[in-house]
Design a protein around this ligand. Structure first.
Ligand SMILES: *Cc1c(COP(=O)(O)O)cnc(C)c1O
Length: 402
C-alpha cells in the first residue's frame, strides 16, 4: 500500500522529533516588548531582535497611524506598476542619507533583498564567496543565482585569501563578447547566532587586492553601531568601500522589510533586475512610514540615548555572566549565545527557563550547525537591571549538561 500525502509528511515530522529538531509556533497575545503574553502567562523575553524597543514605541505607532489615515493599508501593486507610494520614496531618501550612500532600495524583507540582489548581480560564470556562518537567506540567494558557491572558515582571513586566490583563476576560457567573471564576497557585520563581529576592515582590503566585490549584511548592527548608528561599516569608516550594503528594517528599527544601499547605478540595476522586487506587491505604505520614523528617531538625541542604554545593559550583562560558572565569551553585540551542544540539552534548558518565567527558545540545526544548539540571549534597551538579574539567577540554576 502506498503512503498517503499526509502519511509521508508525518513520517518526516516524526524524524525531526526524534532528532530534537521539531519546531512549533507559540502564539503571542501581546505586542513585542520585554514581557510577552504566551499561553496565558507573562514571560520575560530575551529572544527578540527589537534591540531598541521600537516595535511597540509611540514614535513608530504614531507614524503608522498617520500613514493609515493618509495612504490607507494596501499598496495595490508592485512598485513598478503603481505601488511606488510617497512613503517608500521618503524612506529610501532617509535610508541613503543615514548610510551615507548615494541611493537605497527597500524590499518586503531582508530575505527577499538578499535573493533579489545577489540574483541580479551574479550568474553561472561568477563566484560567490561566503563566510561559513552567513545567514540562510544569503546562502539561498547564492544557490538560486546559479553562481559557484565557495565557503571560507568563519572570520578566517587567511582562508578567505586562499579562496580568493583560487576564485581569481578563470573557470572557463572567456568566450568572445562575454563579460568577465565576477567574484562577490558576502559576510555579515554582526553574526546573527554568535553575536561576534567580522573583521570588515581586513576583508575590504582583501577584496580590493583581488578585485572582488563585497556585500555586507548589517541586519544586527543597523541602528546600533557607529557614531551615526548606521552600522559597523560606519563605525570602521569603510562604508564607501563596500559595494553592496544590506540590512533589515525589522530588527533594531522595529518595523519590517529589507534594504540595499549603494551607488545610484546599483539601485537602478536592482529596480530593473531584482526579481523579488519586481514581481512582488510593494510593502504597505504604513510599514514604510514606520521605518522612516524609526530611522529619524535613531539619528535623534533620543535615539542616541536609547542606544547608549542598550550598550549599558550589554555591559551589565557581561559582568553578571562573568560571575556564572558557564563559559560565555564577553559579548561584543546585543546577541549572547549560550552554546549547549546537544539539541536536547538546549530544548531542556529552554523549557526550564520557561518554567522560571523566562522566554528564550532553543536555537538548533539548521539555524546553527548540528551539535551547536544554544540559547541565544538578546538584550534590548527596554530591559531593566532587575530583568538582567532575574535572567542571571535562572541561568545559574541550569545544570552544566542542560
Ligand atoms: C533576520 C536576518 C535577515 C533577514 O531579514 P528579514 O527582514 O527578517 O527577512 C538577513 N540576514 C540576517 C543576518 C538576519 O539575521
Amino acid at each position: 500500500m502506498t503512503e498517503t500525502f499526509d502519511e509521508a509528511l508525518a513520517r518526516q515530522l516524526a524524524a525531526l522529533r526524534a532528532q530534537g529538531l521539531h519546531r512549533e509556533l507559540r502564539r503571542v497575545d501581546s505586542p513585542q516588548g520585554t514581557r510577552l503574553q504566551i499561553g496565558g502567562r507573562r514571560l520575560l523575553n530575551f529572544s527578540s531582535n527589537d534591540y531598541l524597543g521600537l516595535a511597540n514605541d509611540p514614535v513608530l505607532k504614531d507614524a503608522a497611524k498617520a500613514a493609515v489615515d493618509r495612504y490607507g493599508v494596501g499598496s495595490g501593486a508592485s512598485r513598478l506598476i503603481c505601488g511606488s507610494q510617497a512613503p517608500h520614496h521618503e524612506l529610501e531618501a532617509v535610508l541613503a542619507a543615514f548610510k551615507h550612500a548615494e541611493a537605497a532600495l527597500t524590499f518586503s524583507s531582508g530575505y527577499t533583498a538578499a535573493v533579489g540582489t545577489i540574483g541580479a548581480l551574479m550568474g553561472k560564470d561568477d563566484v560567490i564567496v561566503v563566510d561559513r556562518l552567513v545567514h540562510a537567506c544569503l546562502v539561498d540567494a547564492a544557490r538560486l543565482s546559479g553562481a559557484k558557491l565557495r565557503v571560507f572558515a568563519h572570520n578566517d582571513l587567511a582562508d578567505l585569501e586562499h579562496v580568493l586566490q583560487r576564485a581569481g583563476q578563470p573557470i572557463s576560457p572567456a568566450r568572445h563578447g562575454q563579460r568577465h567573471p565576477r567574484t562577490l564576497v558576502v559576510t555579515e557585520s554582526v553574526f546573527s547566532m554568535d553575536g561576534d563581529l567580522a573583521p570588515l576592515r581586513e576583508i575590504v582590503t582583501l577584496k580590493e587586492k583581488y578585485g572582488a566585490w563585497l556585500m555586507v549584511d548589517e541586519a544586527h548592527a543597523t541602528g546600533l553601531f557607529g557614531a551615526g548608528r548606521s552600522g559597523l561599516a560606519e563605525a570602521l569608516g569603510i562604508a564607501d568601500r563596500i559595494e553592496v550594503q544590506m540590512g533589515t528594517l525589522g530588527k533594531a528599527l522595529g518595523a519590517a522589510g529589507g534594504y540595499i544601499c549603494g551607488s545610484r547605478t546599483l539601485i537602478d540595476l536592482l529596480v530593473n533586475r531584482a526579481r523579488s522586487f519586481i514581481f512582488s506587491t510593494a510593502p504597505s505604505p504604513i510599514i514604510a512610514a514606520a521605518a522612516w520614523a524609526a530611522i529619524d528617531f535613531v539619528q535623534s538625541p533620543q535615539g542616541q540615548e536609547r542606544c547608549a542604554r542598550l550598550w549599558a545593559r550589554v555591559e551589565q550583562m557581561a559582568l553578571l555572566l562573568g560571575a556564572l560558572p558557564c563559559s560565555v565569551l564577553r559579548p561584543v553585540s546585543a546577541i549572547i549565545p549560550l552554546i549547549l551542544g546537544a539539541e536536547a540539552s538546549a530544548v531542556a534548558a529552554a523549557a526550564h527557563l520557561r518554567e522560571q518565567g523566562i522566554f528564550i527558545p532553543a536555537i538548533r540545526f539548521p539555524t546553527v550547525p548540528r551539535g551547536q544548539a544554544r540559547l541565544r540571549i538578546t538584550i534590548t534597551a527596554a530591559h531593566t537591571a532587575e530583568d538582567l538579574a532575574q535572567l542571571t539567577a535562572a541561568l545559574a540554576q541550569l545544570k552544566p549538561e542542560g
